[in-house]
Each structure stands twice: as C-alpha cells, then as structure tokens.
Ligand binder design. Structure first.
Ligand code: SAM
Length: 384
C-alpha cells in the first residue's frame, strides 16, 4: 500500500487484486499533475461544480481524491472498479460518494467537468469521447492527463476533432495535461465502434464467423495469430458439459466450442465490460438468439462455483507489465483448478517462451502438449 497526499487529504491506495508484495503504486505522475492543477497550485483552482466525470482512472486514485465532488467514474475494467471500491472504503468516503459506470453504460445527460486519464487504447478513447462529447456544453471544463509517452499527435487529434480546440501543458515529471474547449458546432460523425470482421476459412467450427468487437478489446481489428492456432486445435468433445471461455475477449473461442458441440453450455468471462458485450454479440449472431450461454464480467473464475466446470479454454493476457501478466496467468490457472470437477480439463494457449507448462505441472501435477508450432504451444492439464 502507498500513500497519495494532496491538498484535500492523504489516501492509502492499492491496485486490485491487492498483493502486499506489489511495490507498484496505484497512481502516477499524470494523476498527481491533474490533481495539482485542479487544486490550483499552479494556477487558479478549477471550479468542480455540477457533474464531474472521470474517464479512464486506472485504480480509482482520481475519484478517491475527488470524492467530495461526488464524481462519476467511467471505466471498462472490473479490476479498476474493485480497486476503486477498496480505495474509497479505506478513505472513509461514504457509500455512494462516487458513481461507478462501465464503458457500456449510458453516460450522464449533462457533463460540467470532464477529466480524462488517457487510456492505453486510442480506440477506447475515441469511442468514449464520441459517447461523452454530445453531453458537454460551452462551459464544460475538459482536462486530460497522461504520461508524455502516452500522449501522441493522434491522441490530441482526437480531442481536437471530437471536443474542440486543444492545447497541452508543459511536461512535469514526464506527465502532461491536455486542455480542450468544447466547440460550438463540432462535426464528429459517428463512432466507428463496434466493428465486425469475418474469420478466415481455416479455423474449424469458427470458420467464416462474423465477430463483433467493441472499442479497446484484445485484437479488435483482426484475429490474433495465437487465437487462430487455438481455434484450429480446440478439443473435439460431444455431450452435455459446462465450458468456460476464460478471458473471452470477443468470444470467438467459446462460440467455436459451442458450435462444435451443441450439448455444451458456455460461460464467457472477462474483466472488460466491452469484451463481454462483444462476446455476447458474437455468440448471439452465430449461435442464434435462443442458444444458452452465460456472460460474466469478473476477475477470472472467482464467481464460478468450485467443481462445476468440465472444460476451461484460456488464452491468458500477456501484454501488460510482466509481473502483472504472470500473476494473472497464475491466478487464472489456480481458479481453473478450483472451478473444474475431477476429470475436468484446462486447455491453455501461450507463446512458447512463457513457460506455462511449468506452472500447470506444479498446480495440476500433469501437463501435456496438445499441439505446437514454432511460436505457440497448446497445453492440457487434467484435474485429478
Ligand atoms: C489474450 S486475450 C484473449 C482473448 C480471446 N480469448 C482470444 O483468444 O482472442 C486475454 C483476455 O483476458 C482478459 N483478462 C485480463 N485479466 C483478466 C482477469 N483478471 N479476469 C478475467 N479476464 C481477464 C483480457 O481483458 C483479455 O480479453
């Protein structure tokens, strides 16, 4: 746990899942720069009256420090929401001090202050600004913040095009602020999201499927080559069974499993609201409106009952910070072992160099290579 001190107080903040060994802070210089600017330490204080919306707050540091202004947080991440809840509770902010909305929820009707922690995904920023911009008015204060490495010309072009005239501050501790003034009559067009693409013809039961992708999800523009290899080598099973597509993204893996085995009932799980919405759209478009399936936003398999699952299909996340990534894969494998019934199987795809077989053998006492190519390996572990 680390302490963030601002002019409004000191806050003990953590990320989620909370890990006492985790030295990473739950905020960074970009969050501090924005809070300092709002406090008026560098200039006049900003009037935080009316509806304050905070977009892209990573671990809830911004809304916790601004809780007195009863902000609305908009995030695509369930993990962010969990961190925010814990940080708010620890700060003593009363229940309801902050309204938590997901990226898929309807946005507030009128926004007086819009604070944007620039997200990692430009597509998510584009889609969210499309949703929020019509709710701004001439007097809305819009301030963005990000590390210098996260703010590109394309980022500023988005603010300029979707909100109005935009400038940036000087850099401080490698962070920068973005100031936009809502244009009187902007020409924005429609959001290009969600997007649909068609799968190639060589991916088994998923061949030719139309896949829906909301902004910011994994491989929203094209099929990932690892997923493609997974689709070509999915288990061939028949009969009534409960299958989980763990970390489902746009849902291609679980949809392929459901189409290949009509007796299977698939649960799609992801920590991204947009991913789960994409998976639901992909499944419904291909399996039909009445096909049975479950769609869960959550942290891994934490809400799936122990011993209830026959098969888990998993392509773990690998893009984030290495330490975080390893932790997530490990907790997905541990969660799978708990959720599986005796005899149930976990199938995992990963880059060869990630060494998932070591983890699986440690957890399950067995692990076999089902398929491999020069880059990827598909592993199977059975719960004994
Ligand atoms: C490599 S992508 C795989 C997506 C899809 N299954 C595929 O193969 O194309 C990993 C997915 O795991 C999700 N994820 C990351 N951390 C998670 C967590 N703690 N719980 C559930 N899903 C998570 C990400 O949002 C992402 O959609």
């Amino acid at each position: 746990m680390n302490r963030l001190t601002t002019s409004s107080g000191a806050y003990d903040l953590t990320r989620f899942p909370e890990d006492p060994r985790d030295r990473l802070r739950a905020w960074d210089a970009a969050d501090e720069y924005l809070l300092r600017y709002l406090d008026g330490i560098d200039a006049e204080p900003v009037d935080l009256a009316g509806t304050v919306v905070v977009l892209g707050d990573r671990w809830g540091a911004l809304v916790t420090a601004l809780a007195a202004h009863r902000p609305v947080q908009i995030t695509d991440s369930f993990l962010t929401q969990q961190a925010t809840r814990a940080n708010l509770a620890r700060s003593g902010a009363g229940a309801g001090a902050v309204r938590l909305l997901s990226a898929m929820d309807p946005v507030p009707d009128r926004i007086d202050v819009l604070l944007v922690r620039v997200p990692k995904s430009l597509a998510l920023l584009e889609d969210q600004l499309h949703r929020l911009a019509p709710r701004l008015h001439a007097g809305t204060v819009v301030v963005g913040t990000g590390m210098v490495t996260e703010i590109h010309t394309s980022t500023l072009t988005l603010f300029e095009r979707l909100i109005g005239p935009t400038r940036t501050s000087l850099a401080a501790k490698k962070a920068r602020l973005i100031f936009s003034t809502p244009a009187a009559s902007p020409v924005r067009g429609d959001s290009p999201w969600p997007r649909t693409y068609e799968l190639p013809a060589d991916v088994g039961a998923a061949s030719g499927l139309a896949v829906t992708n909301h902004a910011g999800i994994f491989c929203a523009d094209r099929l990932d080559i690892g997923t493609r290899f997974f689709l070509r080598n999915l288990p061939r099973r028949q009969g009534p069974e409960r299958v989980v597509d763990l970390g489902c993204g746009n849902g291609v893996v679980g949809t392929a499993a459901a189409l290949a085995d009509p007796g299977a009932e698939v649960t799609f799980v992801d920590e991204s609201y947009s991913a789960v919405a994409s998976a639901e759209a992909t499944f419904r478009a291909n399996a039909g409106p009445d096909a049975k399936a479950e769609f869960l936003v959550g942290d891994g398999l934490s809400s799936v009952p122990a011993g209830s699952v026959d098969l888990v299909l998993n392509n773990p996340p690998f893009h984030s910070h290495q330490a975080t990534t390893d932790t997530t894969a490990w907790s997905m494998f541990t969660g799978s072992r708990d959720a599986l019934r005796a005899g149930g199987e976990l199938w995992v795809i990963g880059n060869r160099h990630l060494g998932y077989h070591v983890k699986l053998r440690k957890l399950f006492g067995n692990c076999e290579v089902v398929a491999s190519d020069p880059k990827f390996v598909i592993l199977r572990a059975v719960k004994r």
